[in-house]
Design a protein around this ligand. Structure first.
Ligand code: ADP
Length: 235
């Protein structure tokens, strides 16, 4: 039986007269990989921001693992178990890759050095651990962004375009890492524009259009849905 891990009910975010998220009700099951798609400006990033405390929603609720986390500060949501990466992965410059990992505030009980090393090895970036992070490629920066999120051992990770701008070989490796994490139990929601990538990795897809959640289903169901085609053609 499936169990909902992350749930929004009527989540709404406005910027002045613009309703960027319009009563979004959406549930992600524990252990699934959910894609989040929609035309540019449809509200995907705003949704992530409202879910993770970077924005305060105007209406609606966010529930994670049975706890109402609506309006919590972002660092508290991260500690509760919802990790999040950004479209543009921007590590701290003048710091090594390892120092970037260690800059994440982990709970006191964690041996952060050991965990950082394990994660760097898992992501195959341990060989550059002591190099300056500013010299990394775009794809390596994405891996470091994911690595920093993994320091908090989240149950659920929201990824904003994890493979965008990354060379195909490294993109494949990122997808493999995500699958492996998913096999170990991590739940994902992924904003991804590349339909080939999406098709390879998601269990289900949610579609936003003009701030509203219009369709949910498997990749095949969603990609053949008239409302989805119209949303993309109309933009
Ligand atoms: P997507 O990620 O799907 O491209 P966004 O969530 O970035 O969409 O944007 C949804 C809408 O909200 C857009 O019209 C965008 O211009 C607007 N928007 C997003 N963030 C802000 C902000 N901080 N202030 C004002 N408008 C914003």
């Amino acid at each position: 039986m499936s169990e909902t891990l992350l749930q929004t009910d009527g989540l709404t975010k406005r910027f002045g007269a613009l309703t960027a998220n319009d009563e979004i009700t959406l549930g992600v099951d524990r252990g699934e990989i959910r894609g989040l798609i929609g035309p540019n400006g449809s509200g995907k990033t705003t949704f992530f921001n409202s879910l993770t405390g970077f924005y305060t929603p105007d209406e609606g609720t966010v529930t994670f693992d049975g706890t109402d986390i609506t309006g919590w500060e972002s660092h508290r949501i991260a500690r509760e178990g919802v990790g999040r990466t950004f479209q543009i992965a921007a590590p701290f410059g003048n710091m090594t890759v390892r120092q970037n990992m260690l800059a994440v505030q982990t709970p006191k009980s964690v041996d952060e050095h050991e965990r950082a090393q394990e994660i760097l090895e898992f992501l195959d970036i341990d060989h550059i651990a002591d190099d300056d992070a500013s010299g990394m490629s775009g794809g390596q920066k994405k891996l470091l962004g994911l690595g920093r999120v993994l320091m908090l051992d989240p149950e659920c990770i929201l990824l904003d375009e994890p493979t965008a701008g990354v060379n195909p070989a490294l993109a494949d490796r990122i997808l493999e890492h995500l699958r492996e994490l998913n096999d170990r139990g991590t739940t994902f929601m992924i904003i991804e524009h590349d339909m080939d990538v999406l098709k390879q990795i998601v269990d289900t897809v949610s579609v936003l259009d003009q701030g509203r959640h219009i369709v949910q289903g498997t990749f095949e169901e969603v990609s053949t849905d008239d409302r989805v085609r119209e949303a993309y053609l109309g933009s």
